[in-house]
Structures are given as C-alpha cells and as structure tokens.
Write a protein that binds this ligand. Structure first.
Ligand SMILES: Nc1ncnc2c1ncn2[C@@H]1O[C@H](COP(=O)(O)OP(=O)(O)O)[C@@H](O)[C@H]1O
Ligand SMILES: [Mg+2]
Length: 434
C-alpha cells in the first residue's frame, strides 16, 4: 500500500513512524516544506513543497499512486486538501474542509456547539462591532479573547495571563476586528488536558488523555509556545482527572461528531483533538482541532498496539467499529528541545547533534538536513519521548536523552516531574473544594 503523509514536523514524524511499524509493510511518501531527516529516512520518496499547495500535493499523490493520505497540520485542511484528494479517488484519513471548520473557524465552532446543545460550551458571543463587544466584556468581567481564524496558536489572549485588565481586553479585542469576527468567552479556571480520538464519521476510538505544557520556561512561566512537552499516565486517565471527567469528555466528542453530520451533511473522518479545561463544573471545551496535537501525537502513537494502517483505512472507509483499537497501558513523557530564545527571539541555522539517547524515542520537528547535518529553523527542534510503567520513569528516560542532545537549545526539565504533577493535582483538589 502506498501511503502519503503531509507535513514535516514532530507530529508527522510520529505518524510516519507509526505507519512504518505496520505489518502491511506500506511504502511511505511525504510532502513537507523542509527536509525533516526523521521522516525522510522512513520514506520511499518525498516532495519538498508547501503543504498548503493543494494542486502540487494532489499531483504528487496521483503520480505516486497513493492510496491513502494522512494530513498532519491544520493549514492544508483549511484550504480543502482532503476534498481535493478525495475528488481524485484517493482515500483520506483526515477531515474535509466543511467539517475541519470546527478548528479553523472558532466563531463557527462556538455557534455550532451552542446551536446543537453540546455540553461543555463556555458562555460566549461572537462580535463584529466594538460597542456590543465592549458591553459583553464588561458583563462577563473575566474573559478570553479569540480571533475566529487560524493564528498558529498566537491569537488567543486571556485575562490574568496576557491581558492585565478589562481595558486591555477591550483594546486587544478591538484590534482583532479588522481581521474578522472576534469570539469573547468566559475565562475558564481549571487544568487543561487533551483527549484525542480516531473518527470514521460515526464511531470514535479514544486515545489516552495527555497534558501539554504551553509555557516556554520552568514552572509554567514565560510566553506561550506551540507546546514544550507533554505526558500521560499509564492507563487513559491523567492523575488530576476522574474516570467521570474522561467519560463526560468522551460524550462531548461523540455528540460533536453526530451534530457535525447533522449540521453539514458531511462525515468527519480523521483524528479529532479535544482540548478541555476541567473545571469545578466538569469538562469545558477550550476548542477542537481537526488533527493530532503536537506534542500529544508523540505520546499516544508510540503506545498504539493496533496496526495504525488498519486504523487509518478504517477511518477512511467508515469501519472503525470492526477493529479493536488498543493502546498499551504505559506512561510517557515527551520533552521538546527548542532553539535558545524560542519563542520570542530564537536562534536559527544552528547545528543539532544527537548523542546516546538510551531507550528514548526521538522525533525531529522543525529542523532541516543539509550535507548530512541537522540544523534548527527557529521553531521547536527535536522531541524525545520516554515510555515506562510510571510517569517518573518515563521522565527520567526523556530527561537523560535530552542531556545528550547538543546545540544552541533549551528545554523544560520540570515536565513530567513529580512535584509539577502534584501541583496539578493540588490545584484541581482546591478547585473541586476537596
Ligand atoms: N475560555 C477560556 N478560558 C481560559 N483559558 C482559555 C480559554 N480559551 C482559551 N484559553 C487558553 O488559551 C489557549 C489557546 O486557546 P485556543 O482556543 O486553544 O486557541 P489556539 O490553540 O488556536 O491558539 C488555550 O490553550 C487556553 O490555555
Ligand atoms: Mg488550542
């Protein structure tokens, strides 16, 4: 089977590695904007091209007799890559434009949730007018401000974080009106977590819950990033969640998939990423993404015991209920090494060398290979994943590996450490009034 993976980051390296483990011995192809050495090493052939160049990607897929495609990042989904590939008779295990809207139009997504009575929707409204928006901001008193469109994780600002007060919130919200509609919602208090599922249009197969760390520096300080690292516990439930929290979140995702079909007449096929805040009132939806998270893909895909190619084919053909999707009950800790100065003023084009990383799994992200050497680009560079029976052991594996990767890099040594996890548990206990 010829399979094409679109995208060249750490998430896509994890996707390619999982496909490569398949018993079906598939031939793997890739389209990526820069040569990711990890992906290139596992591919039959690859095309260096912008992933949003729909015409070029389709042309490449046709020329290589591709039978199945996985699209890693959101940008190509927002310009209809899945639709264009399917029009050529190629199976795609990623969502079409109409249903991927759930990610790339936050205003649409919130209105859709409200209209369909999806649980966990925060109090919100969508605005194109400053006066009405200011009044709503005052009414809520504590808000998150979101531009409706894709911003690569840089558009949302929250009071108490990036926005010191109501005046700053109004000013920021007004500045976004030029780009389109603005979503204003209540500021949710709790702990964030990720629940991802494979979806075939009707059936969902859930993955273990994961927690990402967005802040650049130790102790959750500094600016937001694409994600500095993430962990999961052995089994599917994070230490600060209850089984009921996870069940309610699954219900929300099941209801969302049903409602999406009702609303658009189109089936959602592919990975669905649910980003939740667990609050005193249970899980609330921060947003949905129409693809794996990066780093979260690197936690869960190494644990997938079922054949990923079977899962991909089942998503595309609507037969996920016919296969048993299993994950091994292990903990993982994923940590990113990023360029010095990342995210605000990162160094670039610095060599990265990988020494003895022991039992850790390595995924290359935003790096490029030239003359056999690997260089940084300014974005997250390489991730290492420890897999073990406990989070502590997994953390040690990841940490030891990072210490043997050299370059002009930094990382968060606290991710996955017991004191930080205990802080999450204490935080939730306090919120739940325990
Ligand atoms: N209603 C909210 N209350 C509190 N924090 C929020 C809220 N919405 C978003 N956030 C914070 O902002 C981050 C980014 O928001 P999100 O909606 O996920 O947009 P994106 O990932 O596209 O930037 C979230 O990870 C979360 O930390
Ligand atoms: Mg998000």
């Amino acid at each position: 089977m010829n399979i094409l993976v679109v995208g060249g980051g750490g998430r896509e390296h994890a996707i390619v590695a999982a496909i490569e483990r398949s018993r079906q011995d598939p031939s793997i192809y890739a389209v990526m904007s820069k040569k990711n050495p990890g992906i290139a090493a596992l591919c039959e052939d690859f095309l260096l091209e912008k992933e949003t160049n729909v015409e070029k990607v389709v042309e490449y897929a046709v020329s290589k007799n591709i039978e199945l495609v996985v699209v890693g990042p959101e940008a190509p989904l927002s310009v209809g890559l899945a639709d264009a590939l399917e029009a050529e008779g190629i199976s795609v295990a990623s969502p079409k434009q109409k249903v991927a809207q759930l990610e790339f139009d936050k205003a649409w997504a919130r209105n859709f949730m409200r209209k369909n009575n999806i649980a966990g929707c925060p109090i919100f409204d969508v605005f194109t007018d400053k006066d009405a928006m200011d009044a709503f901001i005052d009414e809520l008193g504590n808000v998150a401000i979101k531009p409706a469109g894709l911003t690569g994780g840089k558009g949302v600002k929250v009071m108490g974080d990036q926005l010191p007060n109501l005046k700053a919130a109004k000013k920021y919200a007004a500045s976004l009106l030029d780009m389109g509609s603005v979503v204003v919602e209540e500021n949710l208090v709790g702990e964030e977590f990720t629940l991802q599922a494979f979806v075939d249009g009707k059936n969902l197969a859930f993955m273990p819950t994961v927690q990402d760390h967005k802040r650049a520096f130790e102790n959750d300080l500094g600016p937001n990033t694409g994600g500095m690292g993430s962990y999961n516990a052995a089994g599917e439930i994070l230490p600060f969640l209850t089984a009921e929290d996870v069940e309610s979140s699954k219900q929300i995702m099941n209801d969302t998939i049903k409602a999406l079909y009702k609303e658009t007449g189109q089936e959602y096929k592919g990975t669905l990423y649910g980003q939740f805040m667990i609050t005193k009132d249970g899980p609330k939806v921060i947003e949905f993404n129409a693809r794996f998270g990066d780093p979260e893909a690197m936690n869960v895909l190494p644990l997938l015991e079922s054949d990923y190619v079977d899962v991909l084919a089942a998503m595309a053909s609507g037969t996920l209920d016919k296969i048993d999707v299993k994950f091994s009950s292990k903990a993982t800790v994923c940590k990113y090494a990023v360029p010095a100065g990342y995210p605000d003023d990162p160094t670039k084009d610095r060599e990265v060398t990988v020494g003895d990383i022991g039992d850790a799994i390595l995924f290359y992200s935003s790096v490029y290979e030239k003359d056999g050497k690997v260089y940084t680009t300014g974005s997250r560079a390489v991730a290492v994943v420890g897999v073990a029976d406990s989070i502590e052991e997994a953390e040690e594996i990841a940490q030891n590996a990072l210490e043997n990767i050299s370059g002009d890099l930094h990382y968060r040594s606290d991710i996955g450490k017991s004191f930080l996890i205990q802080r999450r548990i204490d935080h939730m206990n306090k919120i739940r009034g325990q």
